[in-house]
Design a protein around this ligand. Structure first.
Ligand SMILES: [Zn+2]
Length: 239
């Protein structure tokens, strides 16, 4: 049994290595995904800025037309003032002229406000576009980096997976099955040492009786808490 313990220790070391490679690859891909999402968000912001600018421009054109209409009306009423017959008519024309002038003033103020807004939105849009371009450049560099890293990691993984096959073959079938079942359920750690009566997989104590048995290093057991396969690991051997 002692031999099996050592073989299992080797296998677990290899499996942890494979897990590390997988995690490194996934970390690279997650970073790429995060960067892509950030760029997408910026692009959506750019679209919103552009929509606001376009809406402002449309409103500005409406204002222009309204101002033109009002100016025609003012001129028309001013002409009519020359031939006015009654005081009532005169007052009414004067009021119309004044109202139109107020309207023109308000519309012109609104137009100025829209243009100021458009300028500030335009600046933000340009800034955002520049940032976007820079980030896209970085993303493309990072993508190449991650691809290169992944190729390297895949190679290493393949090599170590071949080693794993050999190690796994050397183990009794039922023990290997047990180990692999726990490996899946316990996040890649199926075998844990027990040091000073504490399982190094879940850091819970095991009963003293079980620990005494384990210390003989003749057999494996299951941790009563995390059910990992456990073996005696003297303190000096821990890292
Ligand atoms: Zn445990």
């Amino acid at each position: 049994m002692n031999k099996d313990i050592n073989k299992l220790i080797d296998l677990q070391t290899i499996d942890l290595q494979i897990k590390k490679f997988d995690e490194e690859m996934s970390a690279g891909n997650i970073e790429l995904q995060t960067r892509t999402e950030t760029i997408e968000k910026r692009k959506q912001e750019i679209v919103v800025f552009q929509e606001k600018i376009d809406a402002g421009e449309q409103r500005r054109r409406e204002i222009e037309a309204d101002v033109e209409d009002s100016e025609i009306r003012i001129k028309d009423r001013q002409t009519k003032l020359m031939n006015v017959q009654t005081n009532r008519e005169y007052q009414s024309l004067i009021k119309e002229i004044e109202d139109s002038k107020t309207l023109v003033k308000n519309l012109e103020e609104e137009a100025v406000h829209i243009m100021e807004q458009a300028e500030s939105l335009g600046q933000k849009l340009t800034e955002e576009k520049n940032v976007c371009e820079t980030e896209e450049g970085l993303l493309s560099e990072k993508t190449q980096e991650v691809e290169k890293l992944e190729t390297g990691l895949q190679k290493k993984k393949k090599k170590i997976e071949n080693q794993r096959k050999k190690k796994a073959k050397a183990l009794p079938e039922n023990l290997l099955q047990k180990y692999e079942k726990i490996l899946l359920r316990r996040n890649g750690l199926a075998l844990a040492g027990v040091t000073n009566g504490v399982c190094q997989g879940c850091f819970m104590s095991i009963p003293p009786q079980q620990f005494n048995e384990l210390m003989k290093r003749e057999s494996l057991a299951n941790c009563p808490t995390c059910s990992r396969l456990i073996y005696y690991l003297p303190e000096a051997e821990t890292e």
